[in-house]
Design a protein around this ligand. Structure first.
Ligand code: ADP
Ligand code: ADP
Ligand code: MG
Length: 485
């Protein structure tokens, strides 16, 4: 086995690829990017040592095209492949192909990825490891089974129907009225088949007063497993996270230790290595927590854990992929700050419709308590083919209020993004909301308070389109190109 990665191919784009390039630069590793025809001028392409074209804009033809990515890795003479998050990051066939093609796979073993990719299998293993799971039934074939289960266990509505293979908040329907059950079941089944190639359905009790709390794990190939504390990702829209904080303000020391022990027990049972996250739902009424799933990859929100622990999680992933031991032990991991992250998505802050086009102005906050991972630059075009995440904005403070204050300043006064719409105004509105400040919010917070949240969004008078283009051209010609080729 090699003892150093010299060339790392990053099988991703946007903020995910840019984040991995940051660690490559720190470690003097050559970053090799891949790009679709729509991404010729993308930020990750300019930031890397070399970049290889892998196909046409639709993901299936480029960022999900396994053969083309492997060919690119061969052409570039890469040592290793990091999949980032999204795309092929949780595809066990790709992980296996990477290994079989003679490259180092920066992630857990293909077997573990496969095992945790199915929510029904994952829950079964969790139960075997004595990890509590949300009450429910797996491999549901008919709504009749759901009705019988509700009757027998006295579970009341709402319930949640989930695609066992689902992810990214997709393939999930809440049922509030029994007459909607049939339709929800059929919808999830067909969405599972269409989007994830598997129509297996599971059903769960809907945890109403729930918080999403997860544990960041890092593990090596020598059975050493360490947690890097917890994150709370309760602020979600359609089951997708948009604001995350670390650590959670909902746990006391006892519960926190219990949660960590539970997460480590599960990861030990499945023989985990690399970075990974164990997700839980925490019921604020009963103080019980339930296992949701294991994300067998780097997560979007890993950066706030890096802020509070001072560790480079991507760096650790590279080390353990080479077979090295974890560079620290559990007692070495200490918290020194509180951190939060908002996802700057290119969407209308009121309707959530995706926004595309050229970013005519981009200015990020700076300062000792700010961290930015940006997948874009001023002048970049946002193509319509990929998910809407542009950049990640993080702040830190001595306590929760300190981090929120820094974020309020960053979102309210410093950040400037023009030419496309982003959800930044909504994010500001959320962090100023009294329920958010109190810490007592649940995963339904946005749904329950949307009208209220939107009403405080100030509509800044949008520039006239023609003026926008003229200004853009003038700026470009006076400043010259904003990126080096
Ligand atoms: P995290 O758990 O890291 O917070 P998310 O669940 O928000 O991550 O997903 C991370 C990224 O991966 C997002 O950009 C999302 O769009 C994408 N993603 C997650 N699961 C899937 C999937 N099954 N298919 C396609 N994209 C996915
Ligand atoms: P994904 O693979 O799409 O990330 P998860 O199972 O992790 O799916 O769930 C995503 C989110 O959906 C959770 O963070 C939570 O907000 C919500 N959710 C999932 N299961 C339940 C449940 N049983 N009750 C209430 N909310 C749930
Ligand atoms: Mg999840």
């Amino acid at each position: 086995m090699k003892d150093k990665i010299q060339k790392l191919l990053i099988a991703n784009r946007g903020a995910s690829a840019v984040r991995i390039i940051h660690t490559c630069r720190d470690r003097k590793i050559d970053a090799i990017s891949v790009f679709s025809s729509a991404d010729r001028m993308a930020h990750h392409v300019f930031m890397s040592e070399s970049a290889i074209h892998i196909g046409e804009p639709p993901p299936a033809e480029s960022y999900l095209n396994m053969e083309n990515i492997i060919s690119a890795a061969k052409k570039a003479n890469a040592d290793a492949i990091h999949p980032g998050w999204g795309f092929l990051a949780e595809n066990h066939e790709f992980a296996q192909l990477v290994v079989d093609s003679g490259f180092i796979w920066v992630g857990p073993s293909p077997k573990v990825i496969e095992l945790m990719g199915n929510k029904a299998d994952a829950k079964k293993i969790a139960n075997e490891a004595n990890v509590p799971t949300v009450p429910g039934i797996d491999n549901v074939n008919s709504t009749e089974e759901v009705r019988k289960w509700m009757e027998k266990t006295k579970v009341k509505l709402p319930i949640l129907i989930k695609a066992a293979a689902g992810g990214g908040g997709k393939g999930m329907e809440r049922v509030d009225k029994i007459e909607d059950l049939e339709q929800a079941f059929e919808k999830v089944k067909s969405e599972g088949a269409k989007s994830f190639g598997d129509d297996t359905v599971i059903t769960e009790k809907y945890i109403k007063n729930g918080k999403h709390i997860e544990v960041q794990i890092v593990a090596d190939q020598h059975c050493n497993i360490v947690h890097l504390f917890d994150r709370e990702c309760t602020i979600q829209r359609r089951n997708q996270k948009i604001i995350e904080e670390a650590p959670s303000s909902a746990l006391d020391d006892n519960l926190r230790e219990k949660l960590f022990a539970t997460a480590i027990r599960l990861m030990r049972k499945i023989g985990y290595s690399s970075a990974g996250t164990v997700e839980f739902l925490f019921d604020q009424d009963t103080k019980e927590f339930y296992f949701l799933e294991v994300n067998t990859r780097l997560q979007v929100e890993h950066g706030i854990t890096e802020l509070i622990t001072g560790r480079d999680i991507v760096g650790v992933m590279l080390d353990v992929a080479l077979g090295k031991r974890l560079p620290f032990k559990q007692p070495d991991i200490k918290l020194n700050r509180y951190a939060m992250e908002v996802r700057i998505n290119a969407e209308d802050p009121k309707t959530f419709n995706p926004s595309f086009g050229t970013i005519t102005r981009l200015k990020f906050p700076q300062g000792p308590n700010v961290r930015v991972i940006s997948g874009v630059y001023e002048g970049a075009d946002i193509p319509p083919y990929y998910d809407s995440l542009l950049s990640l904005l993080m702040t830190a403070g001595q306590d929760r209020i300190g981090a929120i204050k820094a974020m309020e300043h960053a979102l309210g006064k410093s950040i400037r993004i023009e030419g496309i719409k982003t959800i930044a105004p909504l994010l500001l509105s959320i962090i100023q909301h009294k329920l958010f400040l109190s810490g007592r919010f649940t995963t339904d917070f946005i749904e329950d308070n949307l009208t209220d949240l939107i009403s405080t969004i100030k509509v800044t008078s949008g520039e006239d389109e023609a003026l926008k283009i003229a200004r853009y051209l003038a700026e470009r010609s006076s400043l010259g190109p904003t990126v080096k080729m």
